[in-house]
Design a protein. Structure first.
Ligand code: C2E
Ligand code: CA
Ligand code: CA
Length: 588
C-alpha cells in the first residue's frame, strides 16, 4: 500500500513582528524531503524531527515503500531523501543502490535500527550522504543532518556545474565537451551510425572586442550561443571551447547531409546582425565539419580533423563551411612540415632576396628596387613568399624575418651605393604583424647599423596595418616619415581602400594592384575607369603612384597615358638575383 502524506511546518513568524512599514525578512524556501519509512511510529518521529525547527521549514512527503518512492525520486523534485534501510521491499545498501540507479541528483540520508559504525560506513560507501540511527536522541539530529546533506549536495552540484559549463554563455565548456564527444562516438559505434562534429570560429571577433570593448564582445558571444542552440536538437551538445571558438556535436544518426543542413542553418543564423550597445555587428563564422567514423576513428582525431577543415574554411573570404577531406589533410600536413622547416630556415639562413626594378613610365629610367624574399629550400629549390610568409606570421616569426629582410636589402643597397652604382630608393614589404610596439625604432636602428639613409627607404604596407587604427601605428608611421622614410600603400584598390586612410595616415605612394592594371580596355571598361580615377585621386592628393604587374605593352601605354609615374612588372623586369641586379647596375 502506498501512502502519500504531505505535512508542512508552520512558516516562521517575522522576528520583529514587522508590519507594512517594517523590513520584511527574506522568505525561506522550504526544503522538500521524501521520507521512505514503513513503520508508522518511526515516520511520526522523523516528521516531527524534520519539522522541529520553524526557522528552517521542511515539506515532507511520506511513502512507505521503495516501490512508491522510486517513481517520485525520478521526478527530481526533492532536496533530500530520508530512506529507511529496513523496508518490506528493500533491504540495506541494496535500497540505496536502487535509488541511485534512478537518479544521483538527490542526496540520501539513511535511517536504520542498527547503530553500528561498520553498517553506517557500508551505507556511505554505497552512496548515502549521511546515516542516522533510530533514535538515541529521539530524532533530534535528523533535522540538522538532512539540512547539511541537502546543502552539501547543492554546493557539490554547483561545483559540478561550474566545472562543466561556460560561465558566460551557459554552454558546455571544454572539459564537458570532451566527455560528451567520447560518449557520442561510443554511442554512434554501438548503433553503427554516423555522428558529426562542427567547429565554429567567429569572423572578426577580435575586432569587436578591440573596437567596442569586452562588454560588447560578451554580448556577442552570448547571442551567438543562443542562436547556435536554436539550430540543433536538444540531444546535441553545443560547447564554447574558449574565446570565440564553438563546437557542436550532432548526435547519431547524423550523416553528411544532416551536418550540411545544420551548417547552413548556422550560417544563416549568424548572418543576422547582433545588436551591441554602440553598433550592430553581423557575427558570421567559419565552420569545419568532420563525420564520425568516416573521417576519424576516435573523438580526438575527429576534433583535430574538424579543426583542420575549419581553418580551411577560414582561408576563404566571408562565412562558409568546409567538410574534412583527404586533400585538405594533405595540404595541412604539408603546411605543418613547412612550419618545422621554416624554423630551421631561419637558423641556417636559407632566405635570400631578389629585387624587382621599378621604372619611370616616361623616361624608362630605373627609379627603384623592391626587395622580395625567397627561401632557398635544401630539397625543394626556390620557394616563393606566398607559400611561407603566412606561416611565418602564424608562427610569430615574421618579426625576425621582416627585420632580416630590411637589414639585408638595405645593407646590399648601401654596398652598391658605396660602389657608386645605386642611389635610389629601396622598397621593403612589411607585414601587419611587424607593427608591434617600437617598430619605428627598430627600423631606424637597422638603417643606422647598415648605413642606409632613411630618405632612401620605402616601406610597403597593406591596408590591414591601417585597419587596426591603433595609436601606435600612426605614431610609428609618423616617426618614420619624420626621418624621411616613404610610406607606400601596397595592393591598393583590392582591400578596403578606405579614403579615410588616405586622410588619416601619412602615405606617400599608392601602389595600384595588378587587378586594375591588368584589366583590359575591351572587356573591363569599368575597371579601366577605376584605374584612371585612382591615378587622378592620388594626383590630387599629391601622392605618387606605382602600377604593379604590368605585363603587356598595352597596359604600359595605358598607365603612362593616365599619368601614373612608376611602373613595375614582368614586361620590363622580373625580380632578379643580387648578381643580376649588379650586372644591370654596372651596365647602366
Ligand atoms: P607584392 O608585395 O604585391 O609583390 C609583388 C609580387 O608580384 C611579387 O611576387 C612579384 O614577383 C609579382 N610580380 C611582379 N611583377 C609581376 C607581373 O608583371 N605579373 C605577375 N603576375 N606578378 C608580378 P612574389 O615575390 O611572389 O611576392 C608575393 C608577395 O609576397 C608580395 O606581394 C608580398 O606581399 C609578399 N612578400 C614578398 N617579400 C616579402 C617580404 O620580404 N616581407 C613580407 N612581409 N612580404 C613579402
Ligand atoms: Ca609590395
Ligand atoms: Ca603589391
Amino acid at each position: 500500500m502506498t501512502q502519500l502524506a504531505e505535512t508542512h511546518s508552520d512558516p516562521q513568524p517575522s522576528p520583529n513582528g514587522t508590519g507594512a512599514t517594517g523590513v520584511h525578512a527574506l522568505p525561506v524556501t522550504p526544503l522538500r524531503v521524501l521520507l521512505v519509512e514503513n513503520d508508522e511510529q518511526d515516520a511520526d518521529i522523523a516528521i516531527k524531527a524534520l519539522q522541529g525547527d520553524p526557522s528552517s521549514p521542511v515539506v515532507v512527503h511520506h511513502v512507505d515503500s521503495l516501490a512508491a518512492a522510486l517513481p517520485l525520486v525520478e521526478l527530481n523534485g526533492f532536496d533530500a531523501v530520508v530512506l529507511d534501510l529496513q523496508l518490506p521491499d528493500g533491504q540495506g545498501v541494496e535500497s540505496v543502490r536502487r535509488v541511485l540507479d534512478v537518479t544521483d541528483q538527490v542526496p540520501i540520508v539513511a535511517l536504520s535500527e542498527y547503530n553500528s559504525t561498520s553498517f553506517a560506513l557500508q551505507a556511505v560507501h554505497a552512496g548515502v550522504q549521511d546515516f542516522v540511527a533510530k533514535w538515541p536522541d529521539a530524532g533530534r539530529s535528523l533535522h540538522r543532518v538532512v539540512h547539511y546533506a541537502a546543502e552539501r549536495h547543492r554546493a557539490q552540484r554547483q561545483l559540478q556545474y561550474l566545472a562543466a559549463f561556460d560561465g558566460l554563455t551557459g554552454l558546455s565548456n571544454r572539459q564537458q565537451f570532451h566527455n560528451a564527444l567520447r560518449k557520442s562516438c561510443a554511442l554512434a559505434s554501438r548503433q553503427q551510425q554516423t555522428s558529426a562534429l562542427l567547429m565554429i570560429d567567429l569572423d572578426r571577433f577580435k575586432l569587436v572586442n578591440d573596437t567596442y570593448g569586452h562588454d560588447a564582445g560578451d554580448t556577442l558571444l552570448k547571442e551567438v550561443a543562443r542562436r547556435l542552440q536554436g539550430c540543433v536538437r536538444k540531444s546535441d551538445t553545443v560547447a564554447r571551447l574558449g574565446g570565440d571558438e564553438f563546437a557542436i556535436i550532432l548526435e547519431a544518426p547524423c550523416d553528411e547531409y544532416g551536418a550540411r543542413v545544420v551548417a547552413e542553418k548556422i550560417l544563416e543564423a549568424l548572418a543576422k546582425p547582433v545588436v551591441l550597445p554602440d553598433c550592430e555587428h553581423p557575427a558570421g563564422g567559419s565552420i569545419g565539419i568532420a563525420v564520425y567514423p568516416t573521417d576519424a576513428a576516435d573523438g580526438e582525431t575527429l576534433l583535430k580533423n574538424a579543426d583542420i577543415a575549419m581553418y580551411q574554411a577560414k582561408t576563404r573570404a566571408g562565412s562558409s563551411y568546409q567538410f574534412f577531406t583527404d586533400e585538405i589533410n594533405r595540404l595541412v600536413a604539408e603546411r605543418n612540415r613547412l612550419e618545422g622547416e621554416l624554423m630551421t630556415a631561419m637558423r641556417d639562413e636559407q632566405f635570400c632576396l631578389h629585387y624587382q626594378p621599378q621604372f619611370d613610365t616616361v623616361s624608362g629610367a630605373l627609379v627603384g628596387l623592391e626587395a622580395l624574399i625567397r627561401w632557398q629550400h635544401p630539397t625543394r629549390g626556390l620557394v616563393m613568399p606566398g607559400e611561407f610568409i603566412g606561416i611565418a606570421e602564424s608562427l610569430g616569426a615574421i618579426g625576425d624575418v621582416g627585420l632580416w629582410v630590411l637589414e639585408s636589402a638595405c645593407r646590399q643597397a648601401a654596398e652598391w651605393r658605396r660602389a657608386g652604382l645605386y642611389d635610389k630608393p629601396m622598397s621593403v614589404n612589411v607585414s601587419p604583424l611587424q607593427f608591434t610596439e617600437g617598430f619605428a625604432e627598430r627600423v631606424l636602428e637597422s638603417l643606422e647599423a647598415v648605413q642606409w639613409p632613411p630618405e632612401l627607404l620605402q616601406i610597403e604596407i597593406t591596408e590591414a596595418v591601417l585597419l587596426s587604427d591603433s595609436a601606435h601605428v600612426l605614431q610609428d608611421l609618423c616617426k618614420l616619415r619624420e626621418h624621411g622614410v616613404k610610406i607606400c600603400l601596397d595592393d591598393f584598390g583590392v582591400g578596403y581602400s578606405s579614403l579615410y586612410y588616405l586622410h588619416r595616415f601619412p602615405i606617400d605612394i599608392l601602389k595600384i594592384d595588378r587587378f586594375f592594371v591588368q584589366s583590359s580596355a575591351h572587356t573591363d571598361e569599368r575597371l579601366v575607369l577605376i584605374l584612371k580615377t585612382i591615378v587622378r585621386l592620388a594626383d590630387g592628393l599629391g601622392l605618387k603612384t606605382v602600377a604593379e604587374g604590368v605585363e603587356t605593352v598595352e597596359q604600359l601605354e595605358r598607365i603612362r597615358a593616365y599619368g601614373c609615374g612608376t611602373v613595375q612588372g614582368f614586361l620590363l623586369a622580373r625580380p632578379e638575383s643580387t648578381d643580376d641586379v649588379f650586372k644591370r647596375l654596372t651596365a647602366e
